[in-house]
Design a protein. Structure first.
Length: 52
């Protein structure tokens, strides 16, 4: 049976942007790093990023 991982993109971006002090680029880099961390930590066959 295939597993699907749904990721709330707006929530993840909000957490990374306001959770990391400093420049706005750290929010973008944190978002990509957090997204990769979530994808790699779960054993799923597919993933879907919900943007809003």
């Amino acid at each position: 049976m295939n597993k699907l991982l749904l990721v709330d993109g707006s929530n993840l971006l909000f957490q990374m942007f306001f959770g990391m002090p400093g420049k706005a680029i750290q929010g973008t880099l944190g978002f990509v790093g957090g997204l990769l961390n979530v994808i790699l930590s779960f054993d799923s066959d597919f993933f879907q990023l919900i943007p809003y």
